[in-house]
Design a protein around this ligand. Structure first.
Ligand code: FMN
Length: 242
């Protein structure tokens, strides 16, 4: 069957190179030739053949969205005498372009939740993979009992638009002001406007462009920490003329 035929997986950028990739390619080829010719099938027969080609298990509902960022959210206020805290958050996302907005989902019982509720401010710090253990630790301990900045030897520096510190050890820091909180069940969805972004100079190239590969960011997938991996394309590359 020609590449791109009905029911066949399109070629991907991983279809070259290492022995592992060659193995995967072979495996797909075997599948391609083993089943019926999908081009002659219709209706239920086609669906059945496709189901056999793409066997699936149906699981209970869960939040299996892969991968996700995992961030260190810092909060606190000198003015309100609220000691700085850091909470590890994997339920974080981008929600709007203009105004720039992000979301974090927090359980109301978190110590950090109380602080953010009082101040209406926080910083989303994007950690490098080298801080994976710190990220995990900050998600195991509560600011009620420990000072996470000092225990983890993290550097607190002032933010420019909010009263809580940034985690300077992280290459990207989004200063945020809460605009809305939506209780959802276990977690409250906190929507916030990004009021300033700090970026470490060491992750910028000579032209001042952010190099994601220099930032070496961490991702979180199915309870595991992962490095992001290498760049395989840029926005719009699928439709760009060569
Ligand atoms: C990888 C990871 C991701 C987490 N994501 C979230 C999250 O999205 N929302 C949340 O409420 N708690 C999350 N937690 C749990 C909190 O980080 C944890 O309960 C932390 O100790 C709370 O700190 P605090 O009491 O100082 O606020 C996560 C923990 C880990 C390890």
């Amino acid at each position: 069957m020609e590449s791109g035929g009905r029911g066949e997986r399109p070629l991907r950028s991983c279809d070259a190179g290492s022995p592992r990739e060659a193995f995967e390619r072979e495996r797909r080829n075997v599948r391609r030739t083993a089943g019926p010719d999908l081009r002659v099938l219709k209706g239920n027969d086609l669906v059945q053949a496709l189901k056999e080609r793409f066997p699936k298990k149906v699981w209970d509902p869960s939040v299996l969205l892969l991968p996700n960022p995992v961030v260190l959210v810092s909060c606190g206020s000198e003015k309100l005498k609220l000691a700085p805290d850091i909470v590890t958050v994997a339920w974080a996302g981008i929600v709007n372009t203009s105004p720039a907005m992000v979301s974090i989902s927090l359980r109301p019982e978190r110590h950090s939740y109380g602080i953010i509720k009082q101040t209406g401010e926080f910083v989303v710090n994007v950690p490098p993979a080298s801080l994976a253990k710190v990220v995990d630790w900050c998600g195991m301990k509560s600011g009620r009992e420990v000072d996470k900045f000092s225990e983890m030897r993290l550097t607190a520096l002032p933010a420019t638009t909010v009263g809580c510190p940034i985690v300077a050890d992280c290459p990207v820091n989004l200063e945020c002001k809460v605009s809305r909180t939506i209780p959802l069940g276990t977690h409250d969805l906190i929507l916030a406007k990004v009021t300033a972004v700090q970026v470490s100079e060491e992750v910028l190239d000579k032209k001042g462009k952010l190099r994601v590969d220099y930032a070496d960011v961490l991702s979180y997938a199915h309870g595991e920490y992962h490095k992001l991996g290498s760049r395989i394309g840029v926005f719009g590359f699928s439709v760009r003329k060569r």
